[in-house]
Design a protein around this ligand. Structure first.
Ligand SMILES: NC(=O)c1ccc[n+]([C@@H]2O[C@H](COP(=O)([O-])OP(=O)(O)OC[C@H]3O[C@@H](n4cnc5c(N)ncnc54)[C@H](O)[C@@H]3O)[C@@H](O)[C@H]2O)c1
Ligand SMILES: [Zn+2]
Ligand SMILES: [Zn+2]
Length: 336
């Protein structure tokens, strides 16, 4: 098969690789669409994220969909031909975190495009059968790929306790912030306010239905008294302002990944009994993701701003950083 490999920071090469071997519980997926994520761009430029260092050529891409072309010996052959969305993680299933259902926190997790595990910028990828979710005919394979960032949005809102009537503030109107906003509305939020320093991103959020867009350099936030604050920016001033905007007893959820250490308004957190948590990916979100898309409550197709064949992954990684872009897609099985 053809695969796009990160061979060194700043260097992507298209190479021939053997089609991966199947374990009994796995399926082989002919990859149709892969969303480009900020973490792919980060690995491309830096060759590492925190303690994960790219030490040998790595296939990037973890937001993937495709068609099952082969199944392992323990999987029903009737699955061949199914259009699927891939949940790109493999947990150990036996540790304490897995057993309590928080498998996203499994210390033995193998996650696509996180060294040394290959991702999906390739013609084929393998995944355990129960992490390949069949999608309805009405759903596009691009939307199926974007069930991955949608899962981040679902998990964030579940952690936040967003429900009917909630007033929600989101910081950051990138693809994650816009998905978080759409999920908040799908969960019944009556208002979703979204802030971004970039006008193009505020405009995009308005197109996706934001109740109000805020420019953090101009608009005053402390008096908002929202029920929920979800940070999808990773920016320290946005996190601080979001916590200040919460009503007493409100919840803050940190999704954005920025600096390792930031300062927080602790007396406000105490005086208002603010609940604060982080988010690390997701667990058990795919069935709901597929339902939200197929019922029309969340629109993922409208996020796609560009498409690139496998030979042009490098161009796709650059395009993903354009502030006018939202989601850039790589299509590994279309010819350039
Ligand atoms: N926790 C997780 O599991 C998880 C999963 C996926 C992504 N993420 C993180 O979520 C964040 C968002 O992802 P994305 O792909 O949308 O990134 P992005 O970079 O496209 O979007 C971030 C947005 O934040 C805006 N921003 C910067 N400073 C701001 C401020 N002070 N106030 C308001 N907005 C501000 C930027 O202009 C940008 O539009 C990233 O930090 C990413 O690493 C976390
Ligand atoms: Zn991602
Ligand atoms: Zn585990």
């Amino acid at each position: 098969m053809q695969a796009s490999l990160l061979t060194a920071p700043g260097s992507i090469e298209l190479r021939s690789r053997p089609i991966p071997e199947l374990q009994p519980d796995e399926v082989l997926v002919q990859i149709a669409a892969v969303g480009v994520c900020g973490s792919d761009v980060h690995y491309y430029h830096e060759g590492r994220i925190a303690d994960f260092v790219v030490e040998s050529p790595l296939i990037l891409g973890h937001e993937a969909s495709g068609v099952i072309s082969k199944v392992g010996s323990a999987v029903s052959p009737t699955r061949v031909g199914e259009r699927v969305s891939i949940e790109p993680q493999r947990a150990c299933r036996t540790c304490e975190q897995c057993k309590r259902g928080a498998y996203n926190l499994c210390p033995f997790m193998e996650f696509y495009a996180t060294p040394p595990i290959d991702g999906a910028f390739a013609q084929y990828a393998v995944i355990q059968s129960d992490f390949a979710f069949a999608i309805p005919d009405s759903m596009s394979l691009e939307a199926a790929a974007l069930c991955e960032p949608l899962s981040v949005g679902i998990w964030s809102n579940q952690k936040a306790g967003t429900r009917a009537g909630s007033r929600v503030l989101v910081a950051g109107a990138g693809p994650i912030g816009i998905i978080v906003m759409q999920v908040a509305f799908a969960f019944g939020a009556s208002e979703v306010l979204i802030s971004d320093i970039a006008q193009t991103r505020r405009d995009a959020a308005a197109r996706f239905g934001a109740t109000r867009t805020l420019d953090p350099t101009q608009d005053d936030m402390p008096g908002l008294d929202v029920d929920v604050f979800i940070d999808a920016s990773g920016a320290e001033p946005a996190v601080r302002a979001g916590i200040m905007a919460l009503r007493p007893g409100g919840r803050a959820v940190l999704v954005g990944m920025g600096k390792d250490d930031i300062s927080l308004p602790v007396s406000r957190i105490q005086g208002r009994e603010i609940e604060l948590t982080g988010v690390f990916r997701y667990a058990n979100t795919w069935p709901l993701a597929i339902e939200l898309v197929s019922s029309g409550k969340v629109d993922l197709d409208a996020l796609v701003t560009g498409r690139y064949p496998l030979a042009d992954v490098e161009a796709a990684l650059h395009a993903a950083t354009d502030p006018n872009a939202l989601k850039v897609i790589v299509t590994p099985n279309t010819c350039s």
